[in-house]
Design a protein around this ligand. Structure first.
Ligand SMILES: *[C@@H]1O[C@H](CO)[C@@H](O)[C@H](O)[C@H]1NC(C)=O
Ligand SMILES: *[C@@H]1O[C@H](CO)[C@@H](O)[C@H](O)[C@H]1NC(C)=O
Length: 953
């Protein structure tokens, strides 16, 4: 059996031949339902809403929808469907469509939603002329046309912002009974294995169709099995795909549906492959591609100067998405005229999935921040992470033994480079048996971890979901005995090939298994770990080296809660139904386990590679196995922007690139970029040359050290942003158009971004450059952007040329903002907890500025009992006020303010006096830099109670 390791050696040996093996992954034509559905574009949709059946009850509209064969004079009803439309709070609607009486239940994703959303305030306003008009409490409207079925969503300004089925591509393939074809030799084998036996009664109750129609579809090629390379998919339920089209009038671009290596604004796909959403372990993935990789978050946003809207396609099966942007030069003008009457400001998108119910959330915005918030209201906000996890992580496949770990740890101290976490990849285990340690290389894990934590550092270890099938391995024996593994199509434990060799995979869909798995993380069950050992769940797409497309066969079986009358095919889910959320269930079980091991006292940190809607509730995400090439550095920015817009702000790429070796300049630029991305970890492949920062020349080490110090100085700012994200669900790393939605230039900018609404970051991602073109938004409101190195103010006026040296990281602070910093950088973030703050005040044209700061213990849940400080810092010409946003919350912070830097000051005050409690103190000030930077030295104000500095002129 070949492993990826061997393949890799071969690839590296020939050198430079870094490329994905496309033969391993399906094109649309090789994916049965994609090939079948992509050309589906009838002139008129067969779907009709039966107006006599409409009921509005409990804020939900229910109605029957039927497909009607209109091809002959005689209208024949083919299939019956149940439609539900509900209004949710905050400009969101939900449309659900299922078969009225399906042969077997169709799958609904279990875990993407952060709880079932509550219907709220739906009113039927009118039912006339074949149209229903409904409204929510806020006044957004939905107009449903009965025949053919169409939904138009209207925002508060009266503009139609989303239309469903305008292109007539709504489709739900009804589940059918397979008829055995005794005479078909080719299929004989498959029939025997896959065909369930149904009696005539079941056939009767499950269908309402015309006989002729049924037979013709059953005979269709591939309806009951398909092949890819040497893999056979038995497709026991036959075809069950779903499709829906969405139109976004007045939109210039659509965004979202990560994870792809493409630009943030999505392209028209008509002349190539659609975007694919199917979690896959793609070895040496390629750039600028709509190919599926590790993550699949089926949310899309459409934006134009008038409004923003979105759709969340709540489906965990393999999904493809076609996009037509009528403004793209590739879209022929005849199509523009046909569809939009010549209007180029419109984007259409179509989602189609292999299976499951149709369940779609329509987000009506109407600004970008509104749709991002509406999406995370459904799938959850990332919880406040432990503070160390926002600091720097050092990883390699592999730090080979305890001595290696110790020397890397000491290397950071020797070279005065801060670091918070050392990571261990798969080789720390006893021959790839997770929850064990290699007895020779890691004989003293407890002591090793204690040595790290003595310096305030942590450890992260990897636990992958594949389990080594080895006699005597407790995990394998337990899972085998208790029936905890995913089953193959015949109901036997599924066996695949992964790092340990022959492996099986826990079926996290069974709550009993998830509980068992969570308990493996208890300290007693995983000796050597402590509260300071956190987790990395990799390979959880899941990766199966010998499986179809390097993952699990679609006809594998997952647990389904037993239900009366559900036997045969109705008694389990197939992997095809749940694939994209397998990893989500994996990390949920890990998350539960990490909570369990400290009785819910400490916040867990988990990193995942597989990503789905809702992942942000449990884990951070990295962009997987990239390479030490400039293109991979550059793409990390749009990839993380896309994930952040889809709820996953805690995103980063392997600094330096996983495959290959980064030369000094690339390594420097990658550290500089990583310092301003949320998840900041260096990682490298086992076959590459070692590259801890001090292994580079002294000048490079100094630049890397500088980048790391910048990160540590801003750690409290990052922490505050993540706290605010936990409250409002807005991206921490933001596209420019989120804050400047009318500025059309920003719609296609994805090489720079905002941190909150305060810092603008434009990483240098090209070799040998002496300048970069930076776009500064906000000209309309006279925004100033201060270079964080020089405090030089730039007036927002679109693009300007920023000179750069190798030391320069173009970062700008918005005039009108206050950013907290800590400038005494130490070995780790924990050692900086009580350090004093520097407040950087960047003034706007009105000489005002505002900021926030969040402080707590950095690791426990005590902040949920009001043990924290969340404070505002307001600068007015009369003085600076530090006041608590939640006055009932307190934290005994020992930090104080050691310096206040005020940039852009026009009329400096003559005196400044601190008032804190009973204390009053006259403060010293100095003016710098052409007299426009005022520094208040040692104000000494304590962060634990409110204070004010009063100016006199
Ligand atoms: C822990 O640190 C001590 C003191 O530096 C050292 O002697 C010991 O070998 C370390 N233990 C491990 C397991 O790294
Ligand atoms: C400055 O003040 C004016 C007048 O009060 C106000 O309209 C404007 O929005 C303010 N500008 C900024 C950048 O806050």
């Amino acid at each position: 059996m070949k492993t990826l390791g061997l393949l890799l050696v071969a690839a590296l040996a020939i050198g430079g031949s870094f490329a994905v093996d496309k033969n391993n992954f399906k094109t649309c034509d090789q994916s049965g339902f994609c090939k079948r559905l992509r050309p589906f574009k009838p002139e008129k949709s067969q779907y009709t809403l039966n107006l006599d059946t409409v009921i509005v009850h409990g804020n939900v509209l229910s109605a029957e929808v039927t497909t009607v064969d209109t091809s002959t004079e005689k209208r024949i009803t083919l299939w019956h469907y149940a439609l539900k439309l509900s209004a949710l709070k905050d400009g969101t609607f939900r449309v659900e469509l299922d078969e009225a009486d399906p042969l077997y239940p169709r799958y609904r994703s279990l875990l993407a939603l952060n709880g079932e959303p509550k219907p709220d305030g739906l009113k039927l306003i009118s039912n006339e002329n074949g149209k229903l008009t409904l409204s929510n409490t806020q006044g957004h409207k939905v107009i449903i046309t009965a025949e053919p079925l169409k939904f138009e969503f209207v925002n508060l300004a009266g503009d139609t912002v989303v239309v469903i089925n305008d292109n007539h591509q709504l489709l739900m393939e009804p589940l059918r009974v397979r008829r055995e074809k005794a005479s078909d030799d080719e299929d004989a084998n498959m029939v025997e294995v896959a065909a369930p036996v149904f009696n005539e009664e079941e056939i009767e109750s499950g269908n309402q169709l015309d006989e002729g129609k049924k037979v013709s579809i059953e005979d269709e090629e591939g309806a009951w099995s398909e092949n890819f390379k040497s893999h056979h998919d038995s497709k026991p339920r036959g075809n069950e795909a779903v499709s829906m089209d969405f139109s976004f009038p007045e939109a210039d671009h659509v965004y979202g549906i990560p994870e792809h290596t493409d630009k943030f604004n999505l392209r028209t796909t008509t002349s190539g492959e659609p975007y694919r959403l199917y979690n896959l372990d793609v070895f040496e993935y390629e750039l600028d591609s709509p190919m599926a990789i590790y993550g699949a978050v089926p949310v899309m946003y459409a934006h134009g100067p008038k409004h923003t809207a979105g759709v969340f396609w709540h489906n965990s099966a393999e999904t493809w998405v076609d996009v037509v942007n009528y403004a793209d030069s590739t879209v022929v003008s005849s199509l523009v005229n046909l569809v939009t009457g010549g209007q180029k400001r419109r984007v259409d998108a179509r989602f189609f999935s292999e299976a499951n119910v149709i369940d779609v959330f329509v987000l009506l915005g109407d600004k970008p921040a509104d749709v991002f918030r509406q999406y995370t209201a459904l799938t959850g906000h990332a919880p406040l992470p432990p503070k160390f996890s926002l600091a720097y992580h050092q990883c390699r496949w592999n730090y080979v033994d305890e001595t290696d770990v110790r020397s890397v740890d000491e290397g950071f101290d020797t070279h005065d480079v801060p670091a918070d976490v050392i990571w261990l990849d798969i080789e720390y285990t006893d021959r790839k048996k997770y929850f064990t340690w290699d007895p020779l290389k890691f004989p003293h894990p407890t002591e090793m971890v204690a040595n790290l934590t003595a310096k305030g550092r942590k450890m992260v270890v990897i636990i992958d979901p594949h389990i080594k099938r080895e006699a005597g391995y407790f995990l394998h024996e337990d899972c085998t005995e208790k029936g905890y593994y995913v089953k193959d199509k015949d109901g036997k434990d599924y066996e695949g090939w992964c790092w340990p060799g022959s492996s099986s995979y826990p079926d996290f869909f069974d709550p009993a298994i998830s509980k068992y798995y969570s308990e493996r993380y208890l300290f007693d069950n995983f000796p050597g770990t402590s509260k300071d050992v956190h987790l990395w769940n990799d390979m959880n797409e899941p990766s199966v080296f010998n499986g179809p497309e390097i993952t699990m066969p679609k006809d594998c079986r997952h647990y389904k809660p037993p239900q009366d009358g559900h036997d045969g095919l109705a008694s389990f889910w197939e992997h095809r139904h749940v694939h994209n959320e397998y990893g989500l269930l994996n990390i949920r079980a890990t998350h539960d386990g990490l909570l369990l091991r400290t009785d819910g006292k400490y916040r867990p940190f988990i990193l995942t590679r597989s990503t789905f809607a809702g992942t942000q509730r449990y884990a951070a995400v990295w962009t997987g196995d990239n390479a030490a090439e400039w293109g991979f550095l550059a793409v990390s920015v749009p990839m993380c922007l896309s994930l952040a817009s889809a709820g996953v702000s805690f995103c980063g790429s392997d600094v330096g690139g996983f495959f290959k070796y980064p030369e000094a300049e690339l390594m420097t630029r990658w550290y500089q970029a990583g310092a301003y991305q949320a998840f900041f970890r260096a990682h490298s492949h086992i076959e590459t040359k070692r590259r801890e920062p001090w292994l580079y020349d002294a000048a490079t080490l100094a630049l890397i050290r500088d980048a790391l110090r910048r990160r540590y100085a801003l750690l409290d700012f990052w922490y505050t942003l993540f706290y605010e994200h936990s409250l409002d669900g807005l991206p921490v790393t933001r596209p420019l158009f989120q804050e400047y939605p009318r500025e059309e230039e920003t719609y296609t900018i994805d090489n720079e971004y905002l941190l909150g609404d305060k810092l603008l970051v434009h990483p240098v991602v090209e070799p040998g450059v002496t300048s970069v073109k930076v776009y500064l938004p906000g000209a309309e409101t006279n925004t100033l952007w201060y270079d964080v190195d020089s405090y030089l103010a730039h007036k927002a006026n679109g693009y300007f040329t920023q000179e750069v040296t190798l030391a320069k990281i173009p970062v700008y602070q918005r005039g009108g903002s206050v950013v907290p910093r800590k400038e005494r950088v130490r070995r780790s973030s924990a050692l900086m907890a009580d350090d004093p703050y520097t407040l950087v005040v960047a003034l706007d044209h009105n000489n005002t500025a505002h900021g926030t700061v969040y402080i707590d213990d950095g690791e426990t849940y005590e902040y949920q009992q009001n043990k924290y400080i969340y404070a505002r810092i307001d600068y007015e010409p009369s003085g600076i006020t530090y006041s608590f946003i939640n006055e009932h919350a307190h934290y005994p912070s020992r930090s104080w303010v050691e310096r206040i830097v005020i940039a852009g000051i026009k009329t400096p005050p003559k005196t400044a006096k601190l008032h804190q409690g009973d204390k009053q103190l006259a403060l010293q000030m100095t003016l710098h830099k052409g007299n426009d930077v005022l520094v208040i030295r040692k104000p000494g104000a304590n962060m634990a109670t409110p204070w004010r500095i009063a100016f006199s002129y």
